[in-house]
Design a protein around this ligand. Structure first.
Ligand code: OAD
Length: 280
């Protein structure tokens, strides 16, 4: 599908209906944050080769909390050094244009959507946020900002006892942990807004999927629900994957083999035109 056709599908549906955008690591790849499964992915960087299952698990955190924390603190520094790109800005434009008829489900923990201006009440960070931590013993579901002393964390530095004390739960004093979803954990509503994300899928009139390989459960459920509801799906991704299959199966949907920053501004312009025409 070319961008002109995609823009008219989105504009037509969003004129009076609801838009759901679902993003993955690809939208932040253009901002210098490596994707998970790409060549530059976190899992294969440097001299050490980590499989996601090795470090991004509750089990790894229990066994080697300082190593896991060091890895997240470094990744947090990479995210903080990045700025929102053209794709993020276009998504923020869509949010502004559509107001309550817009929802964003993101798997990204980098916070770039919030920094580009998507309001928190319209956004579901279903894999958490790397800038926050919470009680590892779950004494509360509250999250806390990672303290400033951890900004600019170097790649191979392991936090010491004093660092870990600064990351303790402010409520009970127990150990703190990164506010992310690990591979051996389940989605839920209080921490990860999983039900809200599915509700958004149950009421959307068009679904735009950007930069995800479709390797996680909840995003694939969102895509499957959109197909079952006969909602058009547009898959923005330079490579094919499970969401490409769903997009081709969805009536009126299709695949855009392009980078997020190349096509999302065109989609947001089309929405601006449709919303403007509606007001006139
Ligand atoms: P992946 O690394 O699995 O996939 C990134 C996708 O982005 C791939 O399909 C790429 O083809 C695509 N891509 C790369 N550059 C792009 C660009 N400029 N524009 C658009 N697409 C581009 O990342 P995710 O699908 O986000 O979960 O990974 C899903 C989850 O798996 C992550 O949130 C994380 C990980 O394990 C948890 O940590 C729970």
């Amino acid at each position: 599908m070319d961008v002109t056709r995609a823009a008219s599908v989105v504009a037509e549906r969003a004129r009076n209906g609801r838009l759901l955008v679902l993003t993955g690591a690809g939208i932040s790849a253009e901002c210098g944050i490596p994707t998970f499964r790409g060549k530059e992915g976190y899992w294969t960087r440097g001299s050490k080769v980590y499989h996601p299952m090795e470090l991004a698990t509750h089990r790894a955190f229990v066994e080697q909390p300082a190593t896991v924390w060091g890895w997240y603190l470094y990744r947090r520094s990479v995210c903080r050094a990045a700025s929102p790109g053209a794709g993020h800005r276009a998504v923020a434009d869509m949010a502004r244009l559509l107001g309550e008829r817009f929802d964003l489900v993101t798997q990204n923990v980098d916070g770039l959507h919030a920094r580009s201006g998507v309001p928190p009440e319209r956004m579901y960070e279903i894999h958490g946020n790397i800038d926050a931590y919470r009680c590892a013993r779950a004494c509360t579901t509250r999250t806390y900002p990672v303290p400033e002393r951890f900004d600019d964390w170097p790649k191979d530095r392991i936090p010491d006892a004093e660092d870990l004390a600064a990351l303790a739960c402010p409520a009970c004093g127990g150990p703190g942990r990164p506010h992310v979803l690990w591979f051996d954990e389940c989605y839920d509503e209080p921490r990860f807004r999983a039900e809200s994300a599915m509700d958004a899928a149950a009421r959307c009139d068009v679904l735009v999927v950007v930069g995800t390989s479709g390797a996680t459960n909840l995003p694939m459920q969102i895509g499957a629900l959109a197909v079952a509801r006969k909602v058009p799906i547009l898959d923005v991704n330079p490579e094919d994957g499970p969401f490409g299959d769903l997009a081709r199966r969805s009536p009126g949907g299709g695949v855009l083999r392009a980078k997020a920053g190349e096509v999302l501004p065109g989609l947001s312009s089309a929405i601006a035109g449709a919303v403007g025409a509606r007001r006139e």
